[in-house]
Design a protein around this ligand. Sequence first.
Ligand code: ACO
Length: 376
Amino acid sequence: MTTPTTKSGLEDVVVSTSEICFIDGDRGRLLYRGYDIHDLVDHASFEETASLLWNGALPKRAELENLRKALATQRRLPPKVLTLLRSLPRKSDSMDVLRTAVSLLGIYDPDSGDDSREANLRKAVRIQAQVPTLVAAWSRIRKGKAPIPPNPRLSLAGNLLYMLFGKKPSPLAEKAMDTALILHADHELNASTFAARVTVATLSDMHSGVVSGIGTLKGPLHGGANVGVMRMLLEIGDVDRAETWIKNALAQKKRIMGFGHRVYNTEDPRATHLRRLSEQLGREAGELKWFEMSRIIERVVNAEKGLHANVDFYSASTYYTLGIPIDLFTPIFAVSRVSGWTAHCLEQYSNNRLIRPRTDYIGPEFPQTFLPLEQR
Ligand code: ACO
């Protein structure tokens, strides 16, 4: 018998090849299908980015138009899914709601039961179209309001804001949301993508893969950190208190949400853009407090712990300034990551082998003598 080796948290363990995403953690580089994230932010839309992730190449004009149309015309939710949302306790956790509702979407999906590549591509587009509607519908239904029907003339980012607030977003707000969606779209074998791949590697269906991804993204060490960041900013409350507050937190060995990363040893390239967006939106709103507070926290955490801000740090103040309710921050992360999860599911199906690692057994010595119930 060979002695198994373990690596806590699978750190640096390479478990598969992939053509989708490359991260250079030392240089702070992130590329989707070979395209630098900075170029995608500067030149592409979220729809183009999703197409790139799914198909492996940037879409030609007609392909992009077809995708936009497919996304825009499939935004409506099956009535039974809306009925489910209305039946849930209004205080339900938004990620729990999203996970439950995507599960139901799988049952009503027109391609349910068909796991061919063509059907899975259609499912990827459909889930991508429906998840923003789910998030926005839940944000209204839990307040006793009617969901705002999607507007097929708006971009995915613009329509998401429209369905949340009932009015067309400003060009800066739409651009900020589009950029945030591009930045969150994929990140190699992060925990939720790994979960999605493990799920579909059993040849389970794509909705199950996405449900696994949502459940995994929810945790505060992963996508849930953006909520933790905003709660921290609100607790600090004032720019003047930020430095002392964060120094105290560090002295108490508290984990500061939005800092640190398993792969990046330098600035997370996504944080660079979100920092800029947080500032721009703050200026437009005439409220720079959250940005300024974030800058102080970033400086102190970097100086004292050598930790850098990750994607979740500035997305918090960015979303808050956009007016998004705090508990929808992680669902909005999921809106974007659907593109990455489904791209990875497609790749997993195309060259599948069951993912089934081992543990190094450190339990009781064996064989133990079995004692009947009455003798224990
Ligand atoms: N605040 C304070 N200390 C930290 C932080 C942090 N945010 N992150 C890491 N550290 C410290 C740890 O306490 C530990 O110190 P020690 O060796 O003295 O005990 C050391 O850095 C290594 O930390 P690990 O938890 O072992 O690092 P790991 O690679 O497992 O964790 C993680 C990475 C989970 C992202 C971690 O940095 C963290 O908890 N960050 C806060 C949560 C967060 O922002 N998550 C979002 C990540 S991005 C994303 O998932 C989309």
